[in-house]
Design a protein around this ligand. Structure first.
Ligand code: FAD
Length: 479
């Protein structure tokens, strides 16, 4: 019998797994995809919002502001790529100024530190490429950028090292109430648990209905993006938003922790499971971004992608124990700022689980720190030492991102091993650069094959069904 089964391995599920790994418990996370962080967690703006946007008094406001501080701390402890670069919400006219003053007020109520309105020379010194039509901006120094999938993966890795378990390719199809807890039905068999936590992202309404009467419906809202090459990295120094509207926070232009520029998103209702981009969506992004930063060079685009917001149509997140089905907890309707809020949501749910009877004897094997070697970011002396210690650090596999074989092999040995090309990319970045894996993809495939003993045709580009090779040729190679 598990103490807790968590359904869904996005940033919310993984943050809870990590939080619960502080205690001596049997905790199991079930994820339907072949890797964690494959849902909304891998496809968003990657901003650690400061917290001026949510309505004061909501759980969302509290989780956002607390989560912002927790992510800064977690990134130090778990060596997650993060930068506190601040954000600007820019205004063009008197109406926008009023909206900005409102955000400042909300931010002050939410406890966001250091907010101020900047204008004129001060503003253009901060962001020289802003449109000269911009009149003023709300500056939030506590906003940051993070590698969103790394935030999830790092926490899952530490939790697993500390004794928690992750079951991949494991889709939950039912949740049954029993006398002493729950049975969770999956394609990999049944799992018994005292407590069940639903962190299933855009599918959280379906999972909730397995255990409790219908409470909410989730609409998937797609947001599309451009990723620009690292050649454009000096375009903006902070996260630049327009004033928010009914559609959300608007099209932002921001640096990423990997040195690219991200531009997007739009917002529209979209089918679940459909991550396609559209000419219409991308045109909208282009038009709105250049209004704020006219010199965005879309010719330097190296990738488009889209993510799906899990919108329950509410002002707040749905977090906590079900009244109708005690022992069943929801982390649902986690739209933006869900990434920024996840560690704080996890703390809250862990607290509620303990209040509901979950033991909290400290886990002597708790892993609270992690270190990752990133060749590209090493000094010359560190590089020489790394190659001396392990010659695989002298073999560059990804030329765009300067990723070595040593880093890939290390990633393949981590507690939640990557089994697809993109899973390796999420852990150590081969294929993230301008050629998008055109050069290094086959080498990464060979390394997965060699170190995990998988057949090449069993190795996907990303999700199940995204085949790279389909079988052996007569010459013994793969096609
Ligand atoms: C366009 C866009 C931009 C955003 N920008 C930001 C931002 O800048 N900052 C910010 O704070 N937030 C942002 N967000 C929100 C943030 O990305 C999400 O709130 C967060 O990633 C949600 O994480 P999650 O763990 O709840 O969901 P997910 O990451 O979707 O994880 C849910 C997991 O559950 C799994 N699952 C589903 N059904 C089952 C099942 N039956 N059995 C087993 N597993 C199942 C899925 O495969 C998935 O891996 C943005 C979102 C979008 C879409």
């Amino acid at each position: 019998m598990e103490d807790v089964v968590i359904i869904g391995g996005g940033v919310c599920g993984c943050s809870l797994l990590y939080e619960l790994s502080r205690c001596k418990l049997n905790t199991l996370l079930l994820e339907k995809e072949n890797d964690i962080a494959c849902g909304t967690t891998k496809a968003n703006s990657a901003i650690v919002h400061a917290g001026y946007d949510p309505e004061p008094g909501t759980e969302m406001a509290r989780f956002n502001v607390e989560g912002n501080a927790l992510i800064e701390q977690l990134s130090k402890n778990l060596d997650i790529m993060y930068k506190k670069i601040g954000s600007l919400v820019v205004g063009f006219d008197d109406d926008d100024r009023k909206s900005i003053e409102k955000l400042l007020e909300k931010g002050a109520k939410n406890g966001v530190p250091g907010l101020k309105i900047v204008e004129g020379e001060e503003l253009f010194r901060m962001e020289p490429n802003l449109s000269r039509e911009v009149k003023c901006a709300l500056y939030a120094p506590s906003a940051g950028i993070v590698s969103p999938w790394e935030l999830a993966i790092a926490q899952a890795e530490c939790a697993v090292e500390g004794g928690a378990r992750v079951e991949l390719d494991c889709a939950v199809s039912g949740v049954k109430k029993e006398k002493d807890g729950w049975t969770v039905l999956t394609n990999k068999g049944d799992f018994k648990a005292r407590f069940v936590v639903n962190a299933a992202g855009v599918n959280a309404d379906a999972v909730s209905e397995m255990a409790e009467p219908k409470r909410f419906t989730i609409t998937a809202k797609s947001g599309e993006y451009y990723i620009l090459d690292t050649t454009e990295s000096s375009l903006v120094n902070s996260v630049v938003f327009p004033c928010p509207s009914k559609l959300g926070k608007g099209v932002l232009v921001a640096p990423t922790v990997h040195g690219n520029i991200i531009v997007g998103p739009d917002s529209k209702d979209w089918p679940r499971g459909d991550y396609s981009t559209s000419a219409q969506g991308l045109d909208y992004v282009k038009k709105n971004a250049t209004r704020v930063v006219p010199s965005v060079n879309f010719r330097a685009s190296i990738r488009n992608f889209s993510g799906l917001r899990a919108d329950a149509g509410l002002e707040d997140f749905i977090v906590g124990e079900s009244k109708a089905s005690p022992g069943f907890f929801n982390i649902a309707g986690i739209k933006s700022p869900g990434l920024s809020s996840a560690p704080a949501i996890a703390r809250e749910v862990a607290k509620q689980l303990h209040a509901a009877g979950l033991a909290f004897e400290p886990n002597p094997s708790f892993v609270g720190t992690r270190r990752v070697r990133r060749f590209k970011h090493m000094s010359e002396a560190e590089k020489r030492a790394a190659v001396k210690e392990n010659p695989l650090y002298g073999i560059i596999v990804c030329r765009c991102e300067t990723v070595t074989e040593g880093e890939i092999v290390d990633a393949l040995k981590r507690p939640v091993p990557p089994r697809s090309l993109d899973a390796v990319k999420r852990r150590c970045t081969p294929g993230m650069g301008r050629c998008q894996g055109g050069f290094c993809g086959p080498r990464v495939l060979e390394l997965i094959q060699k170190h995990l003993g998988l057949k090449p045709e069993a190795i996907m580009k990303d999700r199940a069904g995204m085949y790279i090779v389909t079988g052996e040729t007569k010459q013994g190679g793969v096609r």
